[in-house]
Design a protein around this ligand. Structure first.
Ligand SMILES: Nc1nc2c(ncn2[C@@H]2O[C@H](COP(=O)(O)OP(=O)(O)OP(=O)(O)O)[C@@H](O)[C@H]2O)c(=O)[nH]1
Ligand SMILES: [Mg+2]
Length: 276
């Protein structure tokens, strides 16, 4: 067992046993949990504590876009106690996709080799982190916390909201050949090597479109994509930043990429980037 392996928290080891059921193909990963925030002061302290409670030995990076409520200041106060906690301060609100792109860049520069995406608002349960990370450690390039695989659920949503989200997912999957049930999901793990292969810095979209574009590029390079069931709940504290323009951006981009793919002009990886 390597030195990195020995630093795995017990919860991750346990999840590996459950997920692996034998002698899993272990690859050590040094994980950075990236949390984008805009005005998440009501949630961030409990979120950071829950992340640390579930994964004892990961880095945590909060990417804050100048939140007027002082989210970043609070994170800095908590950093010594939580440990391996960093804040990337950006001047102004620039979107979820760009926050993740900057977070990944920071993490790659600091030597992390797997990245978790998680919202600060508890829609994504930090208790699922060990299972998601274990799937990446067992060899997946991308792990998606999925609402639409068996065992996944969205208990708070009305049937018509579920139908809209599910329909959007089916449309994206069919247009782009994703073979993924929940390509808009934002609770994920990426291997750093995959982020490089998909040239993540040039991903254009934000919001749902960002998640779909990352999935599309991952599929195009032949990544191992694994979906793990999660329960997705609505935020209780703070305000949603979701907007109609995020939904229409995703719809427009999926239609454009799908049309380009049909005529053989879809996004192409750099030579040599193809995996699998
Ligand atoms: N840094 C940064 N974070 C953002 C930005 N927009 C949203 N976030 C964060 O991204 C996460 C998801 O945003 P939400 O507002 O919860 O959006 P959502 O989860 O897609 O939508 P809801 O279902 O309405 O909650 C939260 O942690 C937000 O604080 C942004 O422009 N910059
Ligand atoms: Mg949310």
């Amino acid at each position: 067992m390597s030195e990195t392996m020995q630093t795995w928290p017990r919860a991750v080891d346990d999840a590996l046993q459950v997920a692996g059921g034998g002698s899993p193909r272990l690859r050590p990963v040094n994980v950075l949990v990236v949390i984008p925030t805009y005005n998440e002061r009501p949630n961030i302290e409990r979120m950071l504590r829950e992340v640390r409670r579930n994964v004892a030995s990961c880095g945590i990076l909060v990417v804050d876009d100048g939140s007027p409520d002082g989210t970043a200041d609070l994170v800095e106060v908590l950093a010594p106690e939580i440990g391996e906690l960093h804040v990337l301060r950006r001047a102004r609100k620039s979107g979820l996709g760009s926050a993740y792109r900057d977070g990944f860049q920071w993490g790659i520069a600091h030597g992390y080799d797997a990245f978790v995406e998680i919202d600060a608002d508890f829609s994504h349960d930090p208790a699922s982190l060990p299972t998601l990370i274990a799937a990446a450690q067992q060899g997946a390039d991308v792990v998606i916390g999925s609402r639409y695989v068996v065992g996944g659920e969205i208990p708070d949503w009305s049937w018509h909201r579920k139908l809209l989200s599910w329909g959007g997912n089916r449309y994206a999957s069919a247009m782009l050949g994703l073979k993924v049930k929940d390509s808009t999901a934002g609770f994920r793990v990426y291997r750093a090597s995959l982020l490089e292969a998909i040239d993540y810095r040039t991903v254009q979209a934000d919001g749902y479109g960002f998640q779909i574009e990352m999935t599309y590029r991952s599929r195009r390079v032949g990544a191992v994509i694994q979906e793990v069931p999660i329960s997705f709940v609505d935020r209780e504290l703070g305000e949603s930043k979701m907007s109609g323009s995020i939904i229409s951006e995703a719809l427009r981009l999926v239609t454009k990429w799908g049309a380009e793919r049909l005529v053989g002009r879809g996004w192409d990886p750099a030579p040599g980037a193809t995996r699998g």
